[in-house]
Design a protein around this ligand. Structure first.
Ligand code: GTP
Ligand code: MG
Length: 195
């Protein structure tokens, strides 16, 4: 995809702050540190549009990116970060629930899972939320560059079976280091979301 102008429209914590444009929207969900912000940068070929950190809990707001006045990409705050108070967990849940259940132009929530680990209970819970608002599951297996060749197939199989993927569901291995999955994800977005 040929991209000219990308910008952060807003970092929102509640509905009345969401952008009022009518572009189709794709949101990225997943555990803290799984690579959501890095994936957005990689997809847009920008080094540090979305803030990335080796420490989990970097993205704490719902960040809306405008792609050429055609598409919104949304970086959701991560979950499963151990050092989080019950109040913060509650704030996260309210924010995510409000977003998922009220956003009309939301075409797909894409779930990122770490290809090196078995999906967590939190990942399964998140996928359940997603299944309530999306017809299919789209899963990104992140940090694929960290796997040995011999581990790659097992990783995909484990994700498929742990998350009970089937039918129309999609899984894409991804790496910000070697660009694996960038093309495939753009093809999916162009063919299945933008049509
Ligand atoms: P939160 O904002 O806390 O929810 O995290 P996030 O999901 O946005 O993760 P982020 O993009 O900040 O990345 C976390 C760490 O993983 C950073 O140190 C990234 O450099 C690293 N990382 C992300 N994607 C990849 C990848 O494909 N390969 C490798 N090797 N590292 C990656
Ligand atoms: Mg982030």
């Amino acid at each position: 995809m040929n991209i000219n102008n990308v910008s952060l429209t807003i970092s929102a914590v509640r509905k009345n702050q969401y952008p009022q444009n009518f572009f189709p929207e794709i949101a990225f969900a997943g555990r803290s540190n799984v690579g959501k912000s890095s994936l957005i940068n990689k997809m847009l070929n920008r080094k540090s549009l979305a803030r990335v950190s080796s420490k989990p809990g970097k993205t704490a707001t719902i960040n809306f990116y405008n792609i050429d006045d055609k598409l919104n990409l949304v970086d959701l705050p991560g979950y499963g970060f151990a050092r989080v108070s019950p109040q913060e967990k509650k704030k996260w849940a309210v924010m995510i629930d409000e977003y998922l259940n009220t956003r009309d132009k939301l075409k797909q929530v894409i779930l990122l899972v770490d290809s090196r680990h078995k999906p967590t209970e939190d990942d399964k819970t998140m996928l359940n939320f997603i299944r309530h608002v999306c017809d299919r599951a789209v899963i990104i297996a992140t940090k694929f560059d960290k796997l040995k060749k011999s581990e790659q197939e097992t990783s995909i199989r484990t994700i498929i079976s742990e998350l009970s993927l089937s039918g129309d569901d999609v899984i894409i291995p991804f790496s910000t280091i070697n660009g694996l999955g960038v093309e495939e994800l753009w093809c999916f977005i162009n063919e299945e979301i933008m049509q």
